[in-house]
Design a protein around this ligand. Structure first.
Ligand code: ZN
Length: 296
């Protein structure tokens, strides 16, 4: 099977959005990996002589829902609206919170954890400088989050704006169990032609990487997709990932200008209900369960 094949309707929807915005440049911003999804690394792995992943045809695809919490508004919306929705379908989210930019309301983060959801570290102050800082400054910024990480048993890191460098990944290794900052197919962001073209966790620079496998809410909104189109793209990409034995990892933001807005929140709700109803294909999961099965 060719995991790079994007369903026809998705190509049409994407083509029309690109036509509105960026037709002349699509061959440059998504030549590889192909957007909205590209699993060609997994195809190559399955064609290779020693596949790392055993073929379990009855395996259900794990679905991990994550949020980047960039602001106090995001944290408030997470607890008041997103957690109840997720709990209603039997899901628990993983929430990467900026630790050192604004006053973190610890009562709210404590509630996230006590309700069974996960917390991770989302950079330092979201100024996008940590990956490019001098070594001592980068380590100072990473270590500034240590108290926060220990308090909430945060074992994962997500880079703000998904900006990362190999030196950053090397410094994350001793501090975190995993990183989740590399998109499967980044589209335009953080830079064109960015992504790992796999929906399976892997090891890089001595740390486990949990790729962000579905297109992100910010990219989809930027390209002008309606909530109905967003829902369809998420469902079709999730189906493709399930067929190729990957992990479905969705990143949304809880702020009003992202998925906190009524239409997008509705798309998110319908996606969660789709996953719940297709229990033959999917099972809600979390990073530690999925990464426990990755050979090192
Ligand atoms: Zn962010």
């Amino acid at each position: 099977m060719n995991y790079r094949v994007v369903p026809g309707w998705a190509r049409a929807v994407v083509a029309s959005a690109i036509g509105r915005r960026n037709r002349k440049r699509v061959d440059r911003w998504a030549a590889f990996p192909q957007w909205p999804i590209d699993l060609s690394t997994d195809v190559l792995e399955d064609l290779s002589d020693v596949p790392r992943h055993a073929d379990h045809s009855t395996r259900r695809a794990p679905v991990i829902v994550t949020h980047d919490i960039d602001s106090p508004e995001g944290l408030l919306n997470l607890v008041s609206r997103f957690l109840p929705l997720e709990e209603s379908v039997g899901a628990r989210s993983t929430n990467y919170i900026v630790p050192c930019a604004w006053r973190v309301e610890h009562a709210l983060v404590g509630e996230v954890v006590s309700r069974g959801h996960g917390v991770g570290v989302h950079g330092y102050d979201h100024s996008n400088t940590t990956p490019f800082a001098a070594p001592a400054e980068r380590i100072r910024r990473l270590d500034a989050a240590r108290g926060f990480a220990e308090r909430y048993a945060a074992t994962g890191y997500r880079a703000p704006s998904l900006l990362r460098t190999r030196p950053l990944l090397r410094d994350l290794g001793p501090r975190f169990r995993y990183d989740s900052s590399i998109p499967t197919a980044g589209g335009l962001f953080p830079t064109p032609n960015n992504g790992c073209a796999t929906a399976r966790p892997f090891r890089i620079e001595d740390i486990l990487e949990l790729p962000i496998t579905l297109p992100r809410d910010g990219t989809l909104r930027f390209l002008g997709f309606s909530p109905d189109e967003v829902l369809r793209i998420w469902m079709e990409c999730a189906d493709l990932i399930a067929r190729s034995r990957g992990a479905v990892v969705l990143l949304t933001h809880c702020e009003r200008r992202f998925s906190g807005q009524a239409g997008m929140f509705g798309a998110y709700r319908r996606f969660l209900e789709y996953v719940r109803d297709r229990h033959d294909l999917f099972v809600f999961s979390n990073p530690s369960s999925v990464l426990a099965g990755v050979s090192s």
